[in-house]
Ligand binder design. Structure first.
Ligand code: WT7
Length: 641
């Protein structure tokens, strides 16, 4: 029986009490259009929508608020100028505690965003154009996102840790003609050569990138290509730059994410539905109160950064902290210093960071003043109860509720989450569905499982923040999310529902692994490995990792005549790093003479997963293998890896 941790008592300003949750949730299911058209008043519209949802999942065709027009930059910035012009919009905390930080008001944010928007226009960017952002975690990244929204351009943010190869693929896939970057990024005192990576990416592309806008950050010496590359300061202007009027269904952004097959998918989110989802989930899940400092530690290169660094907080006229650095530089107390220094009230981070910091001992936490904290959140992977308790007791002093928020790049924002003053907490459970969300558990044949049960997690009805398509490939959208269980959105996650209706995510059930809260397709790592001239075949699976949640385990067979060696092992690690980026670096690399295959040649990943997990007792039926004797040599190889 899971231990229950009681929620704190509601206060007069609490956004959602237990009774309100029950009533609102019921209403959101009974009358979705009525509910969401009412919630839509959180946004400013040029044309208030009268239509709610128009959708089908078979095949997917999804629209929300299709007769509404708006602009999300107007919602995040301009509309606050009269009432919150002097409110702090953003706080910047640099990589090094000795470097200067910055904080700016909504009025100042307006000026910055207009300057970037004008620079984009000067390069020729406009409504509907794709703009690739490859930025450090600095305020200019947020300005750039908002500037795109302002002119109706579609941003595609690529995480600064991705390699030139990955970057090139993402620029090409959405045919992006404009790029926004900086000379370099900083992470834990290490320099990330962003502009040089852009140059390397563009060198491999025939793609007609016509404008690269460059922010000066570290002042590094970089190469500027005449006619194509522009310093931001050369193009910026304070000219009037009105917000473009866009339809609710016009795309706001594309974000590439890994799936179980092929190249990363460009998930498309639209302006109205996504904007409302960001606004509503931020308001309720974090119970955000005016004046509070909210800090989401995610990079804007991930969806968490999109929704809860940029859009959610700013649409709600909140104060959002942007942190450039890492949790362990200059020491393991850096997160807690930032909370202390900026009097952070709400802190949102990933279990992997919590586990890594927990391992360093309580002293780093207890030596800082964290009394400003009111609420804590986690996201990205299941949190083990031990880490949950440490977060709750040591960081939160037992007083701050924890919201465990389950969602995905495709969902736009929170889907299943504890609401801080409405639900008691169960460490390790993401809690209950958000308004409008109908989760369903199904068995492998797609039969619905009722009551307390464990199965594959689907969502049966559309919600405003749902992704609408995969950029340029609607069939792939259909295939990836709506074909496994026809008529339902399949999340790719396994999940248990307990007797109280709480949901416990058990992890991915497809060939996607979750490394430090980042999604990695095993197929992508395999493709990178087999590109190496000495590699014949590769199979990649996840295995339990103390800090990362899951690590990357690679089985590799070499071409005839190639020698297995420690040097080659190191070289292959480096190779994957270079092909995809540091986040894909293999944790384990296991040379084997062969891969376990059925007689028809299909790799039996189930066996590879078990061996990687060091779990040999339950290998199941191996008699269908073409060469059953391979299993013993794989087990032996596992012990030597
Ligand atoms: C996958 C989505 C959503 C932002 C970060 C990751 C896993 C996410 C939780 C949670 C258990 C979680 C799921 C999901 N996941 N949040 N609170 N508890 N698992 O976004 O890269 O799109 O990955 O992350 O497996 O499918 P993403």
């Amino acid at each position: 029986m899971a231990q229950i941790v009681q929620r704190p008592a509601a206060t007069p300003t609490t956004h959602c009490t237990p009774d309100q949750y029950d009533a609102l949730y019921q209403q959101s299911l009974d009358d979705p259009d009525g509910f969401w058209l009412e919630q839509a008043k959180r946004l400013d519209w040029f044309d208030q929508p009268t239509k709610g949802a128009e959708w089908s999942f078979a095949p997917p065709d999804i629209k929300w608020f299709s007769d509404g027009t708006l602009n999300l930059c107007h919602n995040a910035v301009d509309r606050h100028l009269g009432t919150h012009g002097d409110t702090t919009a953003l706080i910047f905390e640099p990589d090094s505690p000795d470097a200067p930080g910055r904080s700016l008001t909504y009025s100042e944010l307006y000026g910055e965003v207009v300057r970037v928007a004008n620079a984009l226009k000067a390069m020729g960017a406009g409504k509907g154009d794709r703009v690739t952002l490859y930025m450090p975690m600095v305020l200019e990244g947020v300005f750039a996102m908002l500037a795109c929204a302002r002119i109706g351009a579609i941003h595609s943010v690529v995480f600064g840790g991705f390699s030139p190869e990955s970057l090139a693929g993402r620029i090409e896939a959405c045919d992006s003609k404009f790029i926004i970057t900086a000379d370099e990024g900083l992470r834990g005192s290490k320099r990330v050569p962003l502009k040089a990576n852009i140059d390397a990416a563009l060198d491999q592309l025939d793609a007609p990138v016509t404008g690269v806008l460059v922010f000066k950050h570290t002042g590094a010496d970089i190469t500027m290509t005449e006619g194509r590359d522009h310093w931001f300061t050369d193009l910026a202007s304070d000219d009037d730059c009105p917000c473009e009027v866009v339809n609710a269904e016009d795309p706001l952004f594309i974000l590439y994410t890994s799936g179980s097959t092929g190249k990363p998918k460009g998930v498309v989110h639209t302006t109205g539905g996504y904007g409302l989802w960001a606004a509503t989930t931020f308001h309720y899940t974090f119970d955000y109160q005016p004046g509070e400092v909210f800090w989401c530690s995610a990079d804007i290169g991930w969806v968490t950064g999109h929704t809860y660094v940029t859009y959610g907080p700013l649409i709600n006229a909140g104060t959002s902290l942007v942190f450039e650095g890492v949790p362990n530089y200059p020491d393991h107390g850096r997160f807690w210093d930032v909370i202390d220094k900026h009097q952070v009230n709400i802190f949102y981070t990933a279990p992997t960071a919590i586990r890594a910091l927990m391992r360093e001992g309580d002293e780093y936490v207890t030596s800082r003043d964290l009394s400003s904290l009111r609420l804590l959140g986690t996201v990205g992977e299941p949190i083990n109860p031990e880490a949950w308790r440490w977060y709750h007791n040591v960081v939160g002093k037992g007083a701050s509720p924890i919201v465990d928020t389950w969602w995905q790049t495709e969902t736009g924002g929170h889907m299943i989450t504890t609401l801080p003053y409405a639900h008691d907490m169960k460490p390790g459970s993401a809690g209950k569905p958000f308004f409008g969300i109908r989760p369903q558990l199904v068995d492998n044949d797609g039969n619905e499982l009722s009551g307390a049960a464990e199965g594959n997690l689907c969502i049966t009805d559309s919600w405003p923040g749902q992704a609408r398509t995969v950029y340029g490939d609607h069939d792939r959208f259909h295939e990836a999310y709506f074909s496994t269980y026809p008529g339902k959105y399949f999340t790719g996650d396994g999940c248990r529902r307990d007797e109280d209706g709480y949901y416990w995510i058990t992890g991915r059930v497809d060939d996607v692994i979750n490394v430090s809260g980042h999604r990695m397709g095993t197929a992508e790592v395999e493709s990178a490995l087999v590109l190496h001239p000495k590699v014949s075949e590769a199979a990649v699976v996840g295995f339990p990792h103390d800090i990362k949640g899951q690590g990357i385990y690679c089985y590799v067979t070499l071409n005839a005549g190639e020698e297995q060696s420690d040097e080659l092992q190191a070289e292959l690690r480096q190779w994957v790093r270079k092909e995809i980026g540091p986040i894909a670096t293999p944790d384990m690399l296991h040379f084997t003479e062969g891969l376990p295959k059925t007689r028809s040649g299909k790799i039996m990943r189930r066996i590879l997963r078990k061996i990687a997990e060091n779990d040999y007792g339950s290998l199941g039926d191996t008699s269908t293998l073409a060469d059953p004797s391979l299993v013993d040599s794989l087990i032996e190889g596992r012990q030597n890896t």
